[in-house]
Design a protein around this ligand. Structure first.
Ligand SMILES: [Zn+2]
Length: 519
């Protein structure tokens, strides 16, 4: 028979909180030191976190404390794995991304190391607590007294080092994303509250939109929303490898914007923000669910608006326009979006706006993102636990994805060229955000915007306009401006309206990259 260790709930929670702080607080304390807080304050900071966790756990109903702590152990193990493996914090955006991840993406993240971490740090301690400990809930009065004692300890620490404590409070908003279980409990709670809060009525942007007349040929605007392809590895951006070689035949008609900032560092933020009337600073995640966007405006203006997806959905951007996901098993290369494109376009003689949402350079399985033709740089990283790859292997495999992205853009241009007689064609390409490839020890994306490296925030933006287009744009003027000015995803909403010749009270001319180059 297994001999059980009998503990009262206060002793159990003090031990549990201490171990949680010591084991799972490591990234919190590393980031604490990175924010120039004194290392001499570290012991006091440790005590504050320990006692704060104790108070938090003590607030839960006494009869479920043991079960709750066992659940949190599993959650902590998963959170620690992602923070350690990919050097990414666990915040609301990260959890939203995880919830929106499709099966194929999830299978790339689940690997033997994740399972081993869950078993070692989660399941084994859970079994040990389950079998070896018996917890007697303390009375309400005793629990209350112990909370008061913990508060007094925290207060004493604050009095001993007031300036450091105030700095800790100031930075806590950024530090808590590195402290399980606080990070996922707070973020998860925020997401649940948002989901449960009744949505406001649809905020309309289309009341003053009039139908756009077709003069000559109908407009055909194709907008490719890329995924995880960073500007730094675009040869059009000055990168030393010819990753954009496939676009060479079209360079005369391409305007490339070398200084373009993303709206966020994750798909869940960036994709809705790109199409939103709000700029990066104003955009509130979640507002896309109840606010019309530029696609609604195009639809109201008489455009046929269609979203073709190969990247796990349109993140509520396409809720009121036609949506199609040609890949049924979710593991297709982006080329599937082009298979039927020409025929689909030719079925309509209206003005058209087509969105192609691609999987682009999405990791960690970069090697699955391209075809044999793109396998140019070797050796490559072929494992999902990418932190075990060398930087060289990572950059090689990533560059192969960029080569594929270029070929995809080139193929789309070819389709548009074949339609030039029937439509007034144009193409815009940008990526939702960039990617870290082990620079400064960081992987993937989703770093907080305030601290994100430029690899995650600088994205490619290019526009292709054929020789005989009817948009009345001076290409040389666009090229001159592109090389001199700073741009961002904030420009997309207004530039699309400008290109589509749509009048709207939400249009801001100064953000339309075409406005000053109209002939
Ligand atoms: Zn993305």
């Amino acid at each position: 028979m297994i001999k059980k260790q009998y503990l009262n709930s206060i002793t159990f929670l003090q031990i549990y909180s201490f171990l949680t702080t010591a084991i799972y607080g490591c990234f919190f304390f590393i980031h604490y030191l990175n924010r120039n807080l004194s290392p001499f304050y570290l012991p006091l900071c440790f005590i504050i976190v320990w006692q704060a966790l104790f108070i938090l756990f003590s607030l839960f109903p006494r009869n479920i404390i043991k079960t709750l702590c066992m659940f949190l152990l599993i959650g902590n193990a998963i959170a620690l794995y992602f923070m350690y493996a990919y050097h990414i914090p666990v915040d609301k955006i990260m959890i939203m991304n995880a919830l929106q991840t499709d099966q194929a993406e999830a299978s790339e993240i689940i690997n033997i190391n994740l399972i081993a971490t869950i078993i070692l740090l989660g399941i084994l301690p859970v079994i040990w607590i389950g079998l070896k400990t018996a917890i007697h809930p303390c009375s309400f009065q005793r629990t209350f007294k112990s909370i008061i004692l913990s508060l007094s300890i925290i207060l004493t620490c604050c009095i001993l080092a007031p300036s450091q404590t105030s700095k800790l409070m100031h930075h806590f908003k950024y530090l808590q994303i590195y402290l399980p279980p606080i990070n996922y409990l707070l973020s998860g709670g925020q997401i649940i509250i948002e989901k449960l809060t009744p949505q406001p009525p649809l905020q309309r942007l289309t009341d003053d939109i009039k139908k756009t007349t077709i003069s000559g040929k109908p407009n055909l605007i194709v907008f490719i929303v890329g995924e995880t392809t960073r500007a730094a590895n675009f040869s059009l951006n000055g990168y030393h490898r010819p990753t954009n070689k496939a676009l060479t035949p079209y360079l005369k008609d391409i305007i490339y914007y070398p200084d373009t900032g993303a709206c966020g560092t994750s798909t869940a933020i960036s994709v809705p923000c790109i199409f939103s009337v709000y700029n990066q600073k104003q955009f509130q995640s979640g507002s896309e669910q109840y606010t019309e966007n530029v696609l609604d405006i195009f639809k109201k203006a008489g455009y046929k608006v269609r979203w073709f997806d190969n990247d796990g959905g349109c993140k509520n951007v396409c809720n009121r326009v036609l949506y199609e996901e040609p890949c049924k098993n979710k593991t297709c290369s982006d080329n599937i979006l082009l298979n039927n494109l020409k025929n689909t376009i030719q079925k309509s003689k209206k003005n058209q706006l087509i969105i192609l949402h691609t999987r682009g350079s999405h990791g960690p399985s970069y090697h699955l993102r391209y075809e044999k033709e793109d396998d140019l740089y070797a050796p490559i990283c072929t494992i999902d636990d990418i932190w075990n790859c060398t930087p060289e292997e990572l950059v090689n495999v990533y560059d192969n994805t960029v080569h594929y992205v270029s070929r995809f853009i080139a193929k789309t241009i070819d389709i548009l060229k074949s339609l030039e007689k029937e439509y007034n064609t144009s193409l815009i390409y940008t990526s939702d955000h960039g990617e870290s490839l082990k620079e400064d020890g960081l992987f993937l994306h989703s770093a907080p915007m305030e601290t994100a490296p430029k690899y995650q925030t600088e994205v490619p933006l290019l526009i292709w306009l054929p020789q005989n287009n009817l948009y009345h744009l001076n290409k040389q003027c666009l090229k001159n401006k592109a090389s001199k000015n700073k741009y961002s995803h904030d420009n997309i909403f207004h530039s699309l309206l400008g290109l589509g010749n749509i009048k709207s009270s939400y249009y801001q001319r100064e953000l339309d990259i075409f406005a000053e180059c109209k002939r």
